[in-house]
Design a protein. Structure first.
Length: 318
């Protein structure tokens, strides 16, 4: 079969002939892949930088997809962490990691939306006791996952969602999704003032940024908090602004602040998979605004670094 193949970390994959998937075992099924998302998680696995990377080459990247069985069943599936991913014509699917999809489902929408929406969905359902009526700050709301996090939080009952980011055009689109836009550009004291005024009494932070923005946001929120003993759960989801930060110990004593992470390891595979059917229903039902951009898998080398508009996600089609 043909697939995207990484032979050297840091080099985009090329469309090549590879061996077929392994023979199905008990509980497995072979599918023809219809669509697979080109997520940041796919790119980080392909360059060896993701924390789950084993350094194994050659590598077929891809972590999830939509496929059809020989019997015509449509499935969304999550691949295990092996060197044989989903950017291929065919894939071996473990049914325990798959969700049946109704007839008429748009494979492109599901392939584009499940992975980026999964981060906030699993975080709010599995990493915090999230109650309807709570308030949420999304740090990094102008990215694809952050934009979906705004919608997920609203859909799960958030009374207020503050969406913070630096892209002025994308910030302007958040209001239509039910978020209060907050600009992170400007002098530090100005940004701190805006954060404190808009989100000082927030209940949950969904943080896709980390690094310097989080260093500045922690004291900004705590010093503006009406009641510092009120719990504030900070969920670490991404690190696009940097993998590390410096946090003075005093801030952990100055408020009821809890840091947790959400991802592979902090949530079991079974726990993540258990959330997939309900999330798939949200996407299939059109309740999340997902915008796939279809590209042929045969052109993977050309489109690997393609930039798309706000809310869009490249989906590779074999």
């Amino acid at each position: 079969m043909r697939a995207a193949l990484v032979r050297t970390f840091g080099t985009p994959p090329r469309y090549e002939e590879v061996g077929p998937p392994p023979a199905p075992g008990p509980g497995d099924v072979l599918v023809d892949v219809l669509a697979a998302g080109l997520h940041p998680r796919v790119r980080s696995a392909a360059d060896g930088s993701h924390y789950t990377s084993r350094g194994e080459l050659p590598l077929v990247p891809g972590i999830d997809g939509v496929g059809r069985t020989e019997e015509g069943e449509l499935l969304y599936f999550v691949a295990p962490d092996t060197a044989l991913g989903t950017l291929a014509e065919r894939a071996l699917v473990d049914r325990r990691r798959a969700v049946p999809l109704p007839a008429g489902t748009d494979p492109l929408a599901v392939a584009a939306g499940m992975n980026p929406a999964m981060s906030s969905w699993v975080a709010l359902r599995r990493r915090v006791d999230f109650a309807p009526g709570s308030s949420v700050l999304v740090l990094g709301a102008t990215g694809n996952a952050g934009r979906l996090a705004v919608q997920v939080a609203r859909g799960l009952g958030a009374a207020r969602v503050v969406g913070a980011g630096r892209d002025p055009h994308r910030l302007g689109l958040l209001d239509a999704l039910g978020a209060e836009p907050l600009d992170l550009r400007g002098e530090e004291h100005e940004v701190a003032g805006r954060l404190g005024a808009a989100a000082g009494d927030i209940d949950v932070v969904l943080d896709y940024l980390w690094g310097a923005p989080t260093e500045r946001a922690v004291p900004a929120l705590l010093t503006a908090r009406t009641d510092r003993s009120r719990p504030l759960t900070w969920i670490q989801l991404g690190s696009v602004a940097g993998p590390e930060l410096t946090l003075p110990s005093a801030w952990l004593r100055a408020g009821a602040l809890s840091f947790v992470g959400s991802g592979q390891g902090s949530v079991t595979t079974a726990g993540i998979v258990a959330e997939l059917p309900a999330l798939a229903e949200e996407i299939v039902g059109g309740r999340l605004d997902v915008r796939p951009v279809a590209r042929p898998l045969a052109r993977v080398h050309e489109v690997w670094g393609e930039e798309v508009a706000a809310g869009e996600r490249v989906v590779l089609v074999p």
